[in-house]
Design a protein around this ligand. Sequence first.
Ligand code: UDP
Length: 328
Amino acid sequence: MRLLVTGGAGYVGSVVARRLRAAGHETVILDDLSTGHRAAVERPDDLVQGDFGDRLRVGGLLEARRIDAVVHLAASCLVGESVADPAAYYRNNLERSLALLDRMRQAGVLRFVLSSTAAVYGEPAALPIDEDHPTRPANPYGDTKLALERALHWYHAAHGLRFVALRYFNAAGATSDGALGEDHRPESHLVPNVLRAALTGEPVPIFGSDYPTPDGTAVRDYVHVEDLAEAHLAALRRLESRAAGESFNLGNGHGFSVLQVIETARRVTGRPIPVRPAGRRPGDPGTLVASAQRARRELGWAPRFAELGAILETAWRFLRQHPDGYSA
Ligand code: UDP
């Protein structure tokens, strides 16, 4: 297929684009490079630098490149930032995505894979979280993704848009060859921060030690970025055979606390990792652990990286190869 991959210069998007190409698809990457990196686009000719909410630009691409489906990863995705500036999140994630969908409809492109999030659930009422769990986002980030998923359901009913929404739990790790990985500026995610602390000796903050979890720190389900990429491929296959719109959780089904991540990183790197206690980050739920049974059953998806140590090893390799990020 000919695929438009928005956010294909970003952390997850670059790995997804690589996987889609390896499976024989053609990719056009639309990225404004606000947080993505030119160097994360492995085939420079694929990159179109631009805004996915720019109707004119997107319309031209969909038609000129005869796009069959859109894989939409471009978004603002920081919980804390969304709490501080909700308007930016509703504009970037919802309003611009609706503009993209309008243009797709006009161009007759009716297949869509959405990068969604576990943040649609909010504070869990039961664990592990399956797709039938109530959706009560605890922050604007999760709310914008949920609103977009809901819009997709109605677009499906009204216009026959086929979609799969992939609700990632915590994306982590890097490609096994160490070429593509996480490089946000500034970096706010736990795994790269912990590994950087191993490299520099700068203490990593622990946001909250008073959660109702075994050691008091927040628990997350870390899923390898290459496993996420594989699910996008499965989602596209699903869209060929199924007309319906569906949402799937993507996670390993195992929760690790912030302290467990740090301990595992000490083992993987063989280095001390200094920490400093810090207050809770607004909008952060205490525990998020996935049941990904539906993806396993319906998409035939099975994560290859089940071990946190193996996930961290790939991220550590990326950091060692790119100590200054993609600029190096
Ligand atoms: N976290 C932390 N120190 C950091 C970065 C993150 O303690 O330097 C915590 C954060 O509060 C959350 C967990 O680690 O409980 C995972 O955070 P991350 O930003 O990686 O992903 P999120 O769950 O927010 O998508």
